[in-house]
Write a protein that binds this ligand. Sequence first.
Ligand code: ADP
Length: 212
Amino acid sequence: MPASPRWSGPQRRIGLTGGIASGKSTVARWLEQQGLPVLDADVYAREALAPGTAGAAAVLERYGEVVRGEGSAAAAGVINRAALGQIVFNAPQERSWLEQLVHPLVRARFEDELARLASAPAVVLVVPLLFEAGLEGLCSEVWLVDCEPEQQLERLMQRDGLSEAAAEARIQAQWPLERKRPLADQLIDNRTDPSQLPARLGHLLKASALDG
Ligand code: ADP
């Protein structure tokens, strides 16, 4: 039984986490097809740095022209996310600065959306850094999408067209799956073909929060 508390209100709030490229979006897509509202931390993290926001201004002030988009994007105040990634995935102190800027905004967006969806019987929160950011308390249960480290690396390189070194840097920026497994309420094995997922997910959806 994981030590950190879960949300214990009337709504089922499924926190979906895992490692980068372990298969969270693949699982979330299936849950969405079943009619569950899906809230995605990555969307809110991007919104936090959208043109004209305080987040974008802080990033531009800290890193200057290097992270400014080019051409019309620069004029519009767009952040070049690839350039920002280059900085933060190669310097832990910069990643930590960016996380301290973005995490509170992401949490606030979750709280707004959860209030808006208060009458839904169940919602899904996709949160890659759920444990790292201490967001377990937003969820009534946490599902971890699991695979082997070498599968994660391969899927990430292929999906995002990254070199092995760039993919490794992104994986190293998160806690390893090994550390996250004992903190989750449910493990979703995504080591085999994705066609295997619906059976497990269907079972977990039918089960009550902690007995699946
Ligand atoms: P995440 O949302 O955790 O970053 P994704 O769901 O985007 O991960 O999956 C990462 C990549 O791996 C995607 O290109 C996806 O299509 C692929 N993928 C997901 N599950 C599997 C699987 N079981 N076998 C092979 N490839 C998979």
